[in-house]
Design a protein around this ligand. Sequence first.
Ligand SMILES: Cc1ncc(C[n+]2csc(CCOP(=O)(O)OP(=O)(O)O)c2C)c(N)n1
Length: 563
Amino acid sequence: MLSPAQRPPEPQPEQVSGARLVVEALERAGAEYIFGYPGGAIMPVYDALTGSSLKHILVRHEQAAALAADAYARVTGKAGVCLATSGPGATNLITGIANAFMDSVPMVAITGQVPTTLMGTDAFQEIDTFGLMMPIVKHSFLVRDPANIPHVFAQAFRIATSGRPGPVLIDLPKNVTNGFAPRCEPPSPQPQPPAFDGAAIAAADALIAAASKPLLYVGGGVAMAGAEEALRRFVARTAIPSVATLKGLGSIPTDDPTFIGMLGMHGSRAANIAVEECDLLICIGARFDDRATGKLASFAPNAKVIHLDADPSEIGKLRRAEVGFAGDIVAALDAFEATPDVGGWLAHCQGRKRLWAPRYDAPGQGIYAPALLKTLADKAGDGAIFTCDVGLHQMWVAQHCRFSRPQAHLTSGGLGTMGYGVPAGIGALLAEPDATVITVSGDGSFMMNVQELATLRRYRLPLKIVLIDNSQLGMVRQWQELFFEENFSEIDLSDNPDFSEVAHAFGIEAFTIDHRSQVAGAIDRLLGTSGPILMHVRIDPRENVWPLVPPNSPNVEMLEKRW
Ligand SMILES: Cc1ncc(C[n+]2csc(CCOP(=O)(O)OP(=O)(O)O)c2C)c(N)n1
């Protein structure tokens, strides 16, 4: 046996740059697209990207990188990846990261940072990204040693996608990406056995069996957990009627006979009344958000609650649950066995849905946006994906379009981010290149990320944009009309540019309509065009969204105007 001194030297593992390790870690994590924008502190990573299998999408504003990554993640279920430089690049990502945080979307956000030796000196483009992002990420890493990169990236993807999904930040100082370390492959994590509580299942089953008016309250967590098939199996077994939040739309197809509608501030009367009347509320992947519950004390006043969620901290946070499950929603739904007799209750809810169905025969010759959107959704068919901005148009889409899967409706629910629509359309088209992807935007929202028309053009992404133009910040105007005594303060956008001309300037086909008789032909043109296209729709500036529950009111106190 040789003594240590006599042994030949161990072969040195191959040293590669930190930037190279970043690219390899992303490839290993299965990332396909990266949405980003280069700059000084992240340049080593951009250098290493050349020749990799990763496809980088150069957006025109970092906010759009994060929002496109968010939509890509919602459609694929994989973590979206965005990349920016330090300082202003990082701060421009913040809105998109916060958006993903609020809607529990898996994301890995990578930022450049000044070298560790300069950190804390107010160096050029230095900002405390780690500190700034702290409240809006699930976890953050500041990497100080290139050798840690493989492990950090593996952990980041695992954290972003497991449990309650969310964004994870990786801040990369420039000397770390420029530094060298050996290659290493982190061990793949052992899958966690699903948390499953047999006693809670039995207790929930007993509540379901005893209920005469049970109701499912479906949130965005169902889709995030990939639980829509399990939910549909449960509904097929029990015929329990359901209502959905804005983000829960599509988990049960909106055309399903057991689906009663969206609940909440702009929900349907039938859905809000069903919540009022139910004796058991089975909340799945929802968080009792105030936009859904209205005045919380009056929400589902007669109901016991069963709450299923991936995140234990949601159970009992705002509403006490008789039975709560934190963990595997699919396993829990499949374990329920009770089949209560709900025929009469379901028929009652369906009757209400018919009675209060929206009408589309608005008087006049101007374009009635709800009617246009309903026709559009019917013609586009089940495979279409809608992305929205924020405002009246967003609520009209939720109310009047049909969704047969949750990925078909991408909206900024928790944060309410104007400017989400077009970047989300980009992310959705890259996730499902064969889908018909339609962005519905407002004239205020559209301007917030209008520069992304250039991205559409560059990558020839056939996004179909429907711009509902009321020359106003419509949703703010409606609130001023109803709750601020018609003091219309700073909502006038009548000096908007000519949107068709704007699109043309970006090299994108566009046209304008303003009369009801043009709608059918315009939709056919929109859907029949193979490249990106903008349909600019002028509507009456006074059109509001109904119903509306005034803030802090119970959901049954809906305001509504009918003709
Ligand atoms: C970034 C951002 N700024 C401000 C708001 C507040 N806000 C909510 S809706 C709205 C008006 C939206 O106007 P527009 O996009 O034209 O849509 P409309 O309501 O007219 O359909 C505003 C300003 C917001 N949600 N997001």
